[in-house]
Design a protein around this ligand. Structure first.
Ligand SMILES: NC(=O)c1ccc[n+]([C@@H]2O[C@H](COP(=O)([O-])OP(=O)(O)OC[C@H]3O[C@@H](n4cnc5c(N)ncnc54)[C@H](O)[C@@H]3O)[C@@H](O)[C@H]2O)c1
Length: 251
């Protein structure tokens, strides 16, 4: 049997990049997905349906508590249950490297609002629905940069450090309610927006050289880890952060 058969999973930031690949990959493993994004995720949902899967596209800005509530309700209306959440939405792919001395305060606040506050707001709205069916699983998306210390994206790195921290605290707070909360920390991954970043062709080989497995990381490389953490096979795993980066960071 597929490891996610019968489960319904909300994936944020699913209109493109890693989120879209995760949505497709979770459906291939038996799940139905709600593809939520501030951009239009309809093409991703249509693509999934065309291959025989079940998916629903919902517009959802993860900084907006009301839109998040509507998204959870859309999941319940569409699929009658909610088993899992992947907190993938973030400001990342189009954020350019910038010195800490040049970061605009409004940009700092916006990155924190999307990347750190967003996962909390989505979890807060989704947990009661997951509790109704006896429990569920949340997978947050951080980055391996948190364990490295890398210059020129200080606002982004601070927001993703918060994701590791909130994963641990949330796991302890909701474990008794049947909810597991884990995190994956990808390395530099060739999503569409990353492929278009200035200087990526010269930077990627340097990143790859630090890996035990020395090649580009693709969005597909993350699907297995996320699916496992959502599945019942991970039933006694919570509060953990799994680095998925080809063996660059080892911790
Ligand atoms: N690609 C990488 O190298 C890499 C490495 C480590 C971690 N990550 C993390 O993986 C995740 C996906 O990365 P990606 O490369 O696909 O990023 P991306 O920037 O290409 O895609 C992010 C998605 O989030 C959506 N989004 C942005 N703001 C939103 C909001 N307020 N509400 C809802 N959706 C919103 C965007 O529309 C987009 O579809 C992010 O959390 C990122 O931080 C990426």
């Amino acid at each position: 049997m597929n490891m996610l058969e019968g489960k319904v999973v909300l994936v944020t930031g699913a209109a493109q990049g890693i989120g879209a690949t995760l949505a497709r990959g979770l459906v291939e493993r038996g799940a139905a997905v709600i593809a939520a994004d501030i951009e239009d995720a309809t093409p991703v949902a249509r693509d999934i349906e065309a291959s025989g899967g079940r998916a629903l596209a919902v517009r959802c800005d993860v900084t907006d508590a009301q839109e998040i509530e509507h998204t959870v309700q859309a999941a319940l209306d569409g699929f009658q249950r909610l088993d899992g959440v992947v907190n993938n939405a973030a400001l990342f792919g189009r954020v350019q490297n910038i010195s800490m001395f040049d970061i605009d305060m409004a940009d700092w606040d916006q990155i924190m609002a999307v990347n750190a506050r967003g996962p909390w707001l989505v979890a807060r709205a989704a947990i009661p629905a997951m509790e109704q069916i006896g429990g569920g699983a949340i997978v947050n998306v951080s980055t391996n940069r948190v364990f490295v210390g890398t210059p020129e994206l200080l606002h982004y790195d601070a927001s993703k450090g918060a994701v590791v921290a909130l994963t641990r605290s949330m796991a302890r707070e909701v474990g008794g309610r049947g909810i597991r909360v884990n995190c994956v920390a990808p390395g530099l991954t060739m999503s569409e927006n990353v492929r278009q970043r200035a200087g990526i062709d010269s930077r990627a080989p340097l990143v790859n050289a630090r890996r035990a497995i020395q090649r580009d990381q693709q969005p597909e490389d993350l699907v297995g880890a996320v699916a496992f953490l959502l599945s019942d096979d991970a039933r006694f795993i919570t509060g953990q952060t799994l680095v998925v980066d080809g063996g660059s960071v080892m911790h």
